[in-house]
Ligand binder design. Structure first.
Ligand SMILES: CC(C)(COP(=O)(O)OP(=O)(O)OC[C@H]1O[C@@H](n2cnc3c(N)ncnc32)[C@H](O)[C@@H]1OP(=O)(O)O)[C@@H](O)C(=O)NCCC(=O)NCCS
Length: 182
């Protein structure tokens, strides 16, 4: 007999700040998730910035996801985010995004901003489900392909679903929408 788990039982994670000794696991997830992965130096350079924060999700003492984001005056900007392949569709990503949403405030940071490749349909569907909407397109944004980047936003006061543009696989890169550090 199979014991099917309900969604609420799936993969409850602990979310905490990323520390140096998490890097090997984070890099493994990064390399399995993206065609053009960040190097360790990319992570470290980013995390050395005063406004850059790394978080990880742990399940059974294993790192199952990570997120790198920046604090800006009026928004949080996600730069890199992935869940371990074997742990996807278990609400790990959802819990991490919810943690980020919890950090928004009525007074100050009201939005979460990120970009995704037009080919990364999985991420688009995921973020759509979390209440993000596509607000603009950056044409030919990436150096490695000719594809566009979609700018997705979550607004604390307006997170209705959005019309999904098109297409399949990708990652986040560092475009500056709001260069004002917190
Ligand atoms: C995008 C990503 C972080 C989602 O993480 P996850 O932990 O698998 O997502 P969740 O299980 O929390 O998904 C929550 C909901 O989002 C939607 N969703 C998530 N992945 C989806 C997919 N591949 N296809 C369609 N819908 C999806 C579903 O509605 C899902 O709920 P359900 O499983 O009950 O149907 C993960 O697929 C990933 O790491 N992808 C590769 C890296 C990447 O693209 N990062 C984002 C760059 S912009």
């Amino acid at each position: 007999m199979t014991t099917e788990k309900t969604k609420s039982e799936l993969q409850k994670v602990q979310i905490r700040w990323l520390i140096r000794r998490d890097m090997a696991n984070v890099l493994a997830i990064e390399n399995n998730s993206f065609e053009h992965p960040w190097s360790e130096e990319d992570f470290l350079t980013c995390l050395r910035q005063r406004n850059c924060i790394g978080m990880v999700a742990e399940h059974d003492q294993q790192i199952v996801g990570f997120m790198i984001y920046e604090l800006h005056k009026t928004n949080l900007r996600v730069l890199n985010f992935a869940v371990d392949q074997d742990n996807r569709r278990n609400r790990v990503g959802y819990q991490m995004v919810q943690r980020l949403i919890d950090k928004l405030s009525q007074q100050r940071r009201k939005e979460i901003v990120l970009e995704t490749r037009e080919s990364n349909l999985e991420a688009q569907l995921f973020f759509q489900k979390q209440g993000f909407r596509a607000v603009s397109v950056m044409r030919n944004h990436y150096e490695d392909t000719e594809e566009d980047a979609y700018i997705l936003k979550y607004n604390l006061f307006n997170h209705e679903s959005w019309i999904l543009p098109f297409s399949s696989e990708s990652r986040i890169s560092e475009v500056d929408i709001d260069a004002d550090a917190a």
